[in-house]
Design a protein around this ligand. Structure first.
Ligand SMILES: [Zn+2]
Length: 245
């Protein structure tokens, strides 16, 4: 059940049977020569909606913007500061908690969100533990590509999945947004990979076209369909396990 296309009465009815909700979260940032700016939030969104269809879970509107400061050297990228993103997460969770939602399952499409969103969860728990107010909630975050997806990635893109603008996420976005498939030469074919990067200027200097360690010229919407079906199964398992935890 997607909140965005439900009425408040439908949400009230839902809350009589479940206190769980799926929250897709991603980023608005460059994804190399053939990856869409919205890749991370589009991937999180399509998988979250699939989990909603499979389980009947409520699915919140996508939190499209994330912590992407290191991508600002590339046009179209937008970041929330970590402090801003933590407040967004807190206010979204606490707003929904007012109505009775208690279990928040974030499906994430962007590795750069992990530290900040995890810290936002800890702020919520700290407020509860210290008696600073707020409704007690429980939150979990999982990256959309679980074990089934990793097996497919290893089969399709052995050694060249990479860490940013990955072949898998580009394929999944191509499946979801099949009218917006881009074609580009990759040079070098497999992007470089370093252990660490710092700010946007440093990132741009290390990764000329924005990719890290990937070859998304291998991506296709057919691959994306396989990854989508696997991801929905992976995340359905994870959501159900969270509700029963
Ligand atoms: Zn990404």
């Amino acid at each position: 059940m997607q909140l965005a296309v439900s009425t408040w009465q439908e949400v009230e009815d839902y809350l009589r049977g479940s206190a769980g909700i799926v929250v897709p979260i991603g980023s608005v940032e460059q994804h190399g020569p053939n990856g869409l700016i919205g890749t991370d939030h589009l991937c999180a969104e399509v998988v979250a909606r699939g989990v909603g269809d499979a389980t009947g879970a409520a699915v919140a509107p996508t939190l499209a913007y994330g912590m992407s400061q290191h991508h600002l050297g590339f046009a179209g990228s937008v970041t929330l500061r970590p402090s801003t993103l933590m407040l967004v997460v807190r206010d979204v969770v606490q707003s929904l908690a007012v109505h009775g939602f208690r279990r928040f399952f974030f499906i994430n499409g962007h590795g750069g969100n992990v530290a900040t969103v995890t810290a936002a969860f800890d702020e919520l728990y700290a407020a509860q533990s210290l008696g600073d107010g707020g409704v007690p909630v429980q939150c979990r975050m999982a990256f959309w590509s679980g074990p089934r997806c990793k097996a497919i990635s290893e089969e399709l893109y052995p050694g060249v999945e990479g860490r940013h603008a990955t072949a898998s996420e580009v394929s999944l976005a191509q499946f979801y947004q099949s009218r917006h498939i881009k074609h580009a030469q990759m040079s070098p074919k497999v992007a470089p990979s370093f252990p660490q990067f710092f700010d946007a200027a440093d990132y741009r200097a290390r990764y000329a076209d924005g990719r890290i360690g990937s070859d998304p010229s291998l991506s296709s919407p057919e691959h994306g369909k396989r990854l989508y079906e696997a991801a929905v199964l992976d995340m359905t398992d994870a959501y159900k396990a969270f509700l029963n935890y």
